[in-house]
Design a protein around this ligand. Structure first.
Ligand code: ATP
Ligand code: MG
Ligand code: ZN
Length: 506
């Protein structure tokens, strides 16, 4: 036999597509030709596969070998095709009867010595195989736990090429995925550790309940970072579909913890202010690495010391904030990854960053404005909740903490408020109040009575509030009324919402 075919999966963004790897061996000058839009890494596959076959004690056919990856139009990245190419080659040369690999998807990168190395993105690849009706996959042993997360697929693993050859030739056993370990519940940071800061606590509760982006301003040591890090602890768990989506992204990034569990908690990503644009939006050669904005998909993207970020990095967030997806442009074509995040910014209100309690800040109002203008425009514009925290007073810090509400207690209110909002907007396809466009809330069906918005309308007339600011305050008022169990906001809710926008942007 001089022709063989093996199944593999290629990723486009987070979506896997079945790929057929064909090998044809013809008489002629010994050579290996790879076709089907391979990128550089795939060309390198040729050399790795040859070394791995020879070093596994198999015969390397000295013939003209054509390896073709179908469909040709599908862009293919990365090294995950190695093992399938090796199997197709050995099948085509007649070394291996490939019947046992029929309808089996084979994934893995080969080392020169024949070792099968783990690859990124196994979870979405196996999920795609399952969707295509494939019920058996062979994956690198390092990815077996992750592959086993996908229901309805029998996962077997290999540590080297020899094991796959022995399985096909003699029916010897492949490796089983490790038994699923129930991950010990991680005790993350908890709100009970935050003393005082009533405004800050309320701000993150409202942000969590309404899905609002959040800006925390305040002097050093006020607890901005502390509060932001605790926002995930009051958010609901991810549902099945969302968990799969998030876990797929983390799989592509190669950051899944061992154990093979879906990511169930909303992720939290806090890139440093020196982070480059690719670190934030994604990039790199081969299979593009998701950036912080995709790793934070369905969770929190926290930019601490936001005003210190490169403006290019902040600008790069515009598109994902608007569309919930990020397009990574690269020389060999773009890749799109989901990137629906809740943004949290923290910053000192001025460049001098005097310690908490120091009243000697000499920054002029102009200097303060200029400092914050670095995050203004594209980002600040989308942030509903904007509060300035006061320095923590000694009495608050000395508080033993017993009186502080815990994350679990707050999470109950957040979940209830979210359920109400989701039900209210269900027909319109919005999930949280932050999804609702401002003008929509001014339509007759949802407009609040004149008495409720009296103060806001006066400020609008006086020119101290913009139309956009008005919409944002009303939107937050809906979240506050959801949290407090009213069916629509009253004047107090509007007042509190105004208070959660102490930094009034026009
Ligand atoms: N509200 C608080 N309750 C308890 N501890 C606090 C509080 N605020 C600050 N702290 C203590 O101060 C430390 C610094 O807080 P945090 O890093 O959150 O401040 P920050 O506002 O982010 O300051 P910076 O502007 O310097 O980043 C915390 O690790 C904690 O020990
Ligand atoms: Mg901080
Ligand atoms: Zn200052």
């Amino acid at each position: 036999m001089s022709y063989a075919k093996v199944l593999c999966v290629g990723l486009v963004g987070v979506t896997g597509h079945l790929v057929e790897v064909e090998a044809d061996l013809a008489p002629g000058l010994p050579a290996v030709v790879l076709s089907g839009l391979p990128d550089t890494a795939l060309n390198e596959a040729r050399d790795r596969v040859r070394a791995a076959i020879v070093n596994s004690g198999q015969h390397w056919p000295n013939r003209r070998i054509t390896v073709n990856l179908l469909p040709a139009t599908l862009p293919k990245h990365g090294s995950g095709f190695d093992l399938a190419i090796a199997a197709a080659l050995l099948g085509g040369s007649g070394e291996l009867p490939l019947a046992p690999l029929e309808d089996v998807v084979i994934l893995g990168e080969l080392g020169l010595d024949g070792t099968v190395r783990p690859i990124r993105g196994v979870l979405p690849m196996v999920a795609a195989a399952a969707r295509a009706g494939i019920s058996r996959v062979v994956v690198p042993v390092g990815n077996a736990a992750e592959a086993a997360v996908v229901p309805g697929v029998r996962v077997r693993a290999v540590d080297n090429l020899h094991r796959l050859v022995a399985y096909v030739r003699d029916g010897s056993a492949l490796l089983e995925p490790p038994p699923r370990q129930a991950a010990p519940p991680v005790q993350g940071p908890d709100l009970s550790e935050v003393a005082g800061q009533g405004l800050g606590r309320r701000a993150i509760e409202v942000a969590a309940a309404g899905g609002h982006h959040l800006l925390l301003l305040g002097p050093p040591g006020a607890g901005k970072t502390m509060l932001a890090e605790r926002l995930p602890s009051i958010l609901p768990e991810l549902d099945d579909d969302t968990a799969l989506e998030v876990t797929a992204l983390h799989s592509i990034a190669g950051i899944l913890p061992p154990g093979g569990e879906l990511v169930r908690r909303p992720p939290f990503q806090a890139p440093h202010h020196t982070a480059t644009v690719p670190a934030i939006v994604g990039g790199g050669s081969g299979l593009a690495r998701p950036g912080a904005v995709s790793l934070a998909h369905r969770g929190i993207l926290f930019l601490d010391e936001a005003a210190e970020f490169q403006s290019r990095a902040l600008d790069a967030l515009r598109q994902p904030l608007e569309h919930g997806r990020v397009l990574i442009n690269r020389a060999n074509g773009g890749t799109e990854y989901p990137a629906r995040v809740q943004l949290v910014l923290a910053s000192n209100p001025c460049p001098c960053a005097k310690p908490a309690g120091d009243t000697h800040c000499e920054c002029t109002p102009l200097a303060r404005r200029r400092y914050l203008s670095r995050i203004s425009g594209p980002l600040l514009d989308r942030i509903d909740v904007q509060v300035e925290l006061s320095p923590l007073r000694a009495a608050e810090l000395m508080d033993t903490g017993e009186s502080n509400e815990s994350s679990a207690e707050v999470a109950v209110r957040v979940a209830a408020a979210r359920a109400v909002a989701t039900a209210r907007w269900a027909k319109l396809g919005w999930k949280v109040n932050a999804d609702v466009p401002g003008p929509y809330l001014r339509q007759a069906r949802w407009r609040l009575p004149a008495a409720t918005t009296y103060g806001l309308r006066r400020r609008l007339d006086q020119g101290t509030l913009s139309a956009r600011g008005f919409d944002r305050i009303v939107r937050m008022a809906w979240t506050i009324s959801d949290l407090d169990g009213r069916d629509r906001p009253d004047a107090d809710d509007v007042d509190e919402a105004t208070h959660l926008r102490t930094r009034e942007a026009s």
